[in-house]
Design a binder for this molecule. Structure first.
Ligand SMILES: [Zn+2]
Length: 189
C-alpha cells in the first residue's frame, strides 16, 4: 500500500499552517516504523504539540473526552448486572460513538434513497410482469401507487436502521445518572 506523504496541515482553531518536515529525524522510539510512517508519526507529534501548547483550553476539553473513553474501556472489563454501572458504561460508549460518527444520514437523503430504490425495484417487476399479463396497461397504472407504498416501507426500514446505527436519541446530552467518573486515586463521597 502506497503512503501519501502529508506536507501541510492548517489548524482549524487558529489558522496556523504547520509544515511537515522534508527529511527524517531519526527517533529511536519510532525505529520500528517504515520511513513514510515514521515521518507521519513525527508530524502527528508536532501537530499534537501545537494543540497542547497553543490551545490549552480546547486541549482540556479533549482530555475530558479522552477520560470518557478511558472510563468506558475500564468498565468494559467487568461482567455485571448492576443497572447503574450498565447504564453508565452504555452512556460512555454512546458518547464516544456520537463523537466519532463518520456522518449522519439526513431525512432528505434517506427519503431520496428510498424513492430511488423502490422505483427501480417496481420498474423491474413491472418490466417482467408486462410480458406475462393480458392487460399490461393496468400494471403500469398500479405501478405508480406501488412505488409510493414501496418507498414508504423502505423509508421506515432505513429509518429503523438509522436509529440502530446512529442512536441519535438514546440519551440526552448530559448523563442519565450521576456520572462522576472518579479520577485515579479519588473516591466519591
Ligand atoms: Zn492552532
Amino acid at each position: 500500500m502506497a503512503h501519501e506523504i502529508a506536507s501541510a496541515c492548517k489548524c482549524k482553531l487558529c489558522g496556523e499552517t504547520i509544515i511537515g518536515q522534508a527529511g527524517l529525524i531519526l527517533d529511536a522510539g519510532l525505529a520500528g516504523l517504515d520511513p513514510a510512517n515514521q515521518r507521519t508519526a513525527q508530524f502527528t507529534l508536532r501537530l499534537a504539540d501545537h494543540v497542547i501548547r497553543k490551545h490549552p483550553h480546547e486541549n482540556k476539553a479533549l482530555e475530558t473526552k479522552a477520560l470518557e473513553f478511558l472510563g468506558m474501556l475500564r468498565l468494559a472489563n467487568y461482567a455485571t448486572s448492576d443497572r447503574g454501572i450498565l447504564e453508565q458504561r452504555d452512556f460512555l460508549r454512546w458518547t464516544v460513538h456520537q463523537a466519532t460518527l463518520n456522518g449522519r444520514l439526513s431525512d432528505e437523503k434517506l427519503t431520496t434513497a428510498a424513492v430511488d430504490f423502490a422505483g427501480k425495484v417496481v420498474d423491474l417487476c413491472v418490466a417482467s410482469l408486462i410480458l406475462q399479463v393480458p392487460a399490461p396497461e393496468h400494471v403500469e397504472r398500479v405501478s405508480v401507487s406501488l412505488k409510493a407504498q414501496a418507498a414508504e416501507t423502505l423509508a421506515e426500514i432505513l429509518n429503523g436502521l438509522r436509529e440502530i446505527i446512529e442512536e441519535p436519541g438514546r440519551y440526552q446530552v448530559t448523563a442519565p445518572a450521576a456520572l462522576a467518573v472518579p479520577q485515579d486515586g479519588q473516591t466519591r463521597s
